[in-house]
Design a protein around this ligand. Structure first.
Ligand code: NAD
Length: 505
């Protein structure tokens, strides 16, 4: 899928509302290829942040359900029905799944948009496109991977082979719900593992529909299970489960640490963590076209309502061009359309829920109290809609020690800092506990290379921001992550064991 079809991309708000009303939303657990209620019978409400409407009551999985899902995943794994199937057959099934997701992209994008508030057009053009690409990438890779023979002496044959790790627990956040799940499910399944996915309680719907499509594509029962539920119950049960061999987690640092504890207290399962960020965009005085930079700065922080781990939430700009660039950023930001996620003109949709909106507004009030200058926004907007909307917000004269400078807001808030020279820029860029991503804008080749080397981050963009491709790994240094990368062939390391076999000749 390269582009959404014209029909999908041109859908009007009224069409989309009508289509959404006609959908029957998945609201139960998906275990062993079947829909099932939670053992306790409990449910949780899905309130759309678009307008505050109740859209579903979803079964709230708990320990007993996680036990059932892990048992099903283990049975499937041990039976070899998927884990020992020839790679080319797994490829064919995952490619069928990619085609089914492509076919249902409009429906999945619509559900994602209403469930968690991002613009439908973004859900279609980014989340669904990348989900399909992830499935295709790992499907295509899996029957082209060779194992290794070690260069030992002539009397020995030592082989190094990859084996699936077993039962993988995937726990994902709500900001790119299906895409984050696909970054984990696609390589895990390609390598022959079974998966139990726990989607975020704010956005469980697309993962459930995806699991049903996986069965239709030929993924055997028990190989992919989805247990929606709350973090401290369903999430913790998966983290602590002795039958889970690996956890692949994306979310906040606070919960990431819990997964390390769960592993330590249970079976020392492998844990990989993709966590938050406070990414800087460094703009040198010789930056190419400042209008282009301003677009990338506004897009880099306001895309997905600022609910992006890699959001460029710190703008570090050389003093000589600081006023000019700030004006251009403000001008660009003022033009961004904040509104109903189903309106095709909308560029910034709704924040995921009231609680998160309050958290974002709390950061904004705190920044004002800490003496930052509010240059734009700062308010809740579209109050009458019943939804959770905050306009693009920009602070300058920010104290680098203040909370708005150091903590991840995960909302549409930019903090601007001037600097004198390259050395100060790098010092400010690295003055963070995070290390997910950064950008450098300069025409000078050696400045670009020197800065790219000096900034501690998993990704450094030069004269661009947020560019990405499935072939390039994504993940963070420092407190932005641990235990490997998502995307690219490097992601396979998280879902495989290496076996060394010695044969005496
Ligand atoms: P979160 O940590 O609150 O939740 C993530 C997942 O963990 C959810 O499924 C949740 O139900 C579960 N969870 C919550 N509490 C739990 C507990 N006590 N035990 C077990 N599981 C629990 O994160 P969020 O608010 O959903 O997402 C936002 C965070 O995700 C941000 O920090 C963001 O930067 C990060 N993120 C990182 C990346 C990346 O690739 N590095 C990508 C997207 C988001």
């Amino acid at each position: 899928m390269t582009k959404p079809s014209e029909e999908q991309a041109l859908a009007t708000r009224a069409d989309l509302e009508k289509r959404f009303a006609a959908l029957s939303l998945p609201d139960r657990l998906y275990i062993d290829g079947r829909w099932t209620d939670a053992a306790t019978g409990a449910t949780f409400d899905r309130i759309s942040p678009r307008d505050g409407a109740l859209i579903a009551r979803v079964a709230a999985g708990d320990k007993e359900d996680v036990d059932r899902a892990v048992a099903g995943a283990r049975r499937a794994f041990d039976s070899g029905v998927w884990s020992r199937r020839p790679p080319r057959q797994r490829r064919a099934v995952l490619q069928r799944l990619a085609r089914l997701v492509e076919e249902h992209a409009g429906e999945l994008a619509l559900v994602e948009s209403v469930d968690m508030g991002k613009p439908y057009t973004d859900a279609l053009a980014v989340d669904l496109r990348v989900t399909v690409q992830s499935l295709d990438f790992y499907a295509e890779a899996v029957d082209k991977l060779y194992d290794q023979v070690a260069p030992t002496d002539r009397d020995t044959l030592a082989t190094i082979t990859r084996e699936p790790i077993g039962v993988v627990g995937a726990v994902v956040p709500w900001n790119f719900p299906l895409m984050m799940a696909a970054w984990k499910i696609a390589p895990a399944l390609a390598m022959g593992n079974s998966v139990v996915l726990k989607p975020a309680e704010q956005s469980p719907l697309t993962a459930l529909r995806f699991a049903e499509l996986a069965t239709e594509a030929g993924v055997p029962d028990g190989v992919l299970n989805v247990v929606p539920g709350l973090g401290p119950t369903a999430g913790a049960a998966l983290g602590r489960h002795p039958g889970v061999d690996a956890i692949a987690f994306t979310g906040s640092g606070e919960v990431g640490r819990m997964f390390l504890r769960y592993a330590a207290d249970s079976n020392l399962k492998e844990v990989s963590l993709e966590l938050g960020g406070k990414s800087p965009q460094i703009v040198m005085p010789d930056a190419p076209d400042l209008t282009v930079v301003a677009r990338a700065v506004a897009g880099g922080v306001f895309f997905n309502q600022g609910e992006a781990c890699s959001a460029g939430s710190r703008l570090l700009v050389h003093r000589d061009i600081a006023d000019e660039l700030l004006e251009l950023v403000l001008d660009r930001s003022r033009r961004l359309v904040v509104g109903d996620p189903l309106d095709p003109r909308t560029e910034i949709g709704a924040l995921v829920e009231e609680k998160h909106l309050e958290r974002v507004l709390g950061y904004i009030r705190g920044a004002v109290d800490d003496g930052a200058r509010l240059a734009l926004g700062g308010d809740r907007v579209h109050l009458g809609s019943g939804g959770c909307y905050v306009g693009p917000t920009v602070f300058d004269r920010v104290d680098p020690r203040s909370r708005i400078a150091r903590e991840e807001v995960f909302g549409p808030v930019l903090a601007v800092f001037p600097f004198e020279d390259a050395e100060e820029a790098v010092r400010l860029a690295n003055d963070t506990e995070y290390g997910l991503a950064a950008a450098v804008w300069t025409r000078d080749l050696s400045t670009a290379h020197r800065m790219a080397r000096s900034v501690r981050a998993g990704t450094v963009w030069v004269n661009c921001f947020d560019d990405s491709d499935l072939t390039v790994p994504f993940g963070g240094y420092a407190r932005s992550g641990l235990g490997g990368r998502d995307k690219s062939l490097h992601a396979l390391d998280k879902y495989t064991q290496l076996k060394s076999t010695w044969i005496k000749l």
